[in-house]
Ligand binder design. Structure first.
Ligand SMILES: [Zn+2]
Ligand SMILES: [Zn+2]
Length: 213
């Protein structure tokens, strides 16, 4: 477990779990000790352990890929807190999520205000969760590039999600992705500017890096 952010209001912990090193995040309102789990990759015991001293209120799902939901059934059974996800990413979730999230929705965790961004591209129902200057981005954006896409249409869509919904946030927004380390919005915007300044194949998709593609 690594504490990746901490201020007066919030603490964010990162747990890297399972064979794909997928990140789960535990977000805690420091004033009320209410907590939310973002994604449930694997190793439910380790996750449960991190929730012991707080009051879990939600499980948020960034998207429904298998490496993000391996521990979900077990955690839902044990925690009995609502699962919140986007309707387009629920096909493999039983029972269906208790809360369906849409673009612009706002949820409170203790005194923390969460804004929901619907950022399709990696999956149709991909979500990012914004709390102040922190953005939990799932597999939509990583340090150096967007999440993986499986067609050129999906690629165009993820670029639209990133430019219209993420790059409009303050430059010092800290981004916490579904795999690997965090990054800062300004750096990603700068690298994206290099990417758009160069010509690209019309069918570009897959694993793309701003500076190398
Ligand atoms: Zn994914
Ligand atoms: Zn992933």
């Amino acid at each position: 477990m690594t504490i990746v952010a901490e201020d007066d209001a919030i603490q964010i912990e990162r747990l890297e779990l399972g064979p794909f090193g997928t990140n789960a995040y535990v977000l805690i309102c420091r004033r009320t000790r209410d907590g939310a789990l973002i994604d449930a990759p694997a190793e439910p015991k380790i996750i449960m352990d991190r929730l012991k001293n707080i009051t879990p209120r939600y499980i948020f799902l960034t998207h429904n890929h298998i490496d993000h939901i391996g521990a979900l059934a077990r955690l839902r059974a044990e925690l009995k807190v609502p699962l919140a996800a986007h309707a387009a990413d629920t096909g493999n979730l039983t029972p269906p999520p208790e809360i369906l999230l849409n673009e612009g929705d706002v949820l409170w965790l203790g005194e923390l205000e969460f804004t929901i961004l619907h950022t399709p591209g990696h999956t149709p129902g991909s979500l990012c969760f914004r709390v102040g200057r922190y953005l939990l981005s799932g597999d939509t954006i990583f340090p150096g590039g967007p999440g993986k896409t499986s067609s050129s249409d999906d690629f165009r869509q993820i670029i639209k999600s990133i430019t219209k919904k993420i790059f409009v946030l303050p430059d010092d927004t800290r981004i916490y992705p579904g795999h690997g380390d965090s990054t800062v919005l300004r750096k990603e915007k700068d690298e994206f500017a290099v990417f758009v300044s160069r010509p690209h194949a019309r069918d570009l998709h897959g694993d793309v890096l701003w500076l190398e593609t």
